[in-house]
Design a binder for this molecule. Structure first.
Ligand code: SAM
Ligand code: SF4
Length: 337
């Protein structure tokens, strides 16, 4: 019998139990805050195969990862992606993995919601910044609102719990705060707002322009409703309030104005096998080399442990001096947000 390996704990005594995996850098949308219109994507040979992703994620699960979030790019545009979900669902069956979930733009959900639910996915995050078809087309460049709304409906109809993630954008969806909230209440979806982050090359003027601090958004909410802070923590940058009048739970992801690093339980894997120990730092560990070097998982496991031992204490994003510092040049679609 093999002994249970010791779990992953970083130098600041944080246990790593959550892995976010980007399975592709490609996407069928071109959201303005995420990608440029002309993106150069990675050559296929650089990508981990679905088998390699399976081996890598399974190693993390063996080392104590209990939650896997599949993301991208758009995870559901990766060819045969259900093969990968099927592979991961075996860890749900054994109970070693507690949650298998994904973040999606929703465009492919009419096609996949059913099978995802059958494979043990229970909750999904769908990114949706506006309910106005024209504004949706403007912000996603290539997306169609109807297709996404139908996808969300399909997810709901097979019993998937949907959380809507909306990026708060100054001058863009400020006027939709209450309509979005009402729609989520009617549909039974949770809602989380995300502060726009300085990711991607040379986008800082645009980002500052679009920056709508969630502090302001919250003040606006509090002008109409009674908000109660919830103590619930996910180990990530989300904080939640309950709206007493409607019972709705609303989340705020404020990586720029709030320090959440002390309880960070997560690492991020890109589709090329780079492990980022912090969303806001450049340091990464190449796991593809040890993965491809040997069929024995021992080297891989050692590389993962060495990477976790380098997990930094926190990130350096800062908008406070009216210029973006600590900016990351990589795109969100690379690390998976
Ligand atoms: N394509 C999927 C989707 O849109 O949900 C998954 C990948 S996407 C990179 C993950 C999340 O990152 C989305 O909710 C998106 O809105 C968010 N995101 C992308 N660029 C961002 C930025 N610059 N600042 C804040 N959030 C961003
Ligand atoms: Fe695609 Fe998601 Fe980025 Fe939009 S946010 S371009 S849907 S990866």
């Amino acid at each position: 019998m093999t002994s249970t390996p010791s779990p992953l704990v970083d130098p600041f005594a944080r246990a790593i139990s959550y892995l976010r995996v980007s399975v592709t850098d490609r996407c069928d949308f071109r959201c303005t805050y995420c990608m440029s219109e002309q993106m150069t994507f990675l050559p296929k040979a650089d990508l981990l195969s679905l088998e390699e992703l399976d081996r890598l994620c399974s190693t993390f699960v063996r080392l104590g990862v209990q939650k896997l979030r599949i993301t991208g790019g758009e995870p559901l545009v990766r060819k045969d992606i259900l093969t990968f979900f099927r592979a991961m669902s075996r860890h749900l069956d054994t109970g070693t993995l507690k949650e298998l979930t994904l973040t999606t733009n929703g465009s492919q959900l009419t096609r996949y919601a059913d099978e995802l639910a059958a494979l043990g996915v229970r909750r999904i995050n769908v990114s949706l910044d506006t309910l106005d078809p024209d504004k949706f087309a403007q912000i996603t460049r290539w997306g169609r609102l109807n297709q996404v709304l139908e996808g969300i409906e399909a997810a709901k109809s097979v019993g998937l719990k949907v959380k809507i993630n909306a990026v708060a954008l100054k001058g863009f969806n400020e006027d939709e705060l209450f309509p979005l909230l009402d729609w989520c209440a009617e549909e039974g979806h949770d809602l989380t707002f995300i502060e726009v982050m300085p990711m991607g090359e040379d986008m800082s003027p645009l980002r500052l322009d679009q920056y709508w601090p969630l502090k302001d958004l919250r003040t606006r909410l509090a002008g109409r409703f009674t908000l109660t802070d919830l103590t619930e923590r996910t180990g990530g940058p989300a904080r939640y309030v309950r709206i007493e009048e409607t019972g709705q739970k609303v989340g705020f992801i404020t990586p720029l104005t709030h320090n959440f690093c002390e309880s960070c339980n997560r690492v991020r894997l890109t589709c090329t096998g780079a492990l980022y120990m912090c969303l806001g730092q450049e340091d990464m560990a190449d796991l593809r080399a040890p993965l491809r070097a040997s069929p024995d998982d021992a080297d891989l496991e050692q590389a993962i442990r060495a990477a976790i031992a380098r997990k930094p204490k926190g990130h350096d994003f800062d908008y406070s001096r009216q210029k973006v510092t600590g900016q990351m040049t990589r795109h969100m679609s690379h690390t998976g947000g």
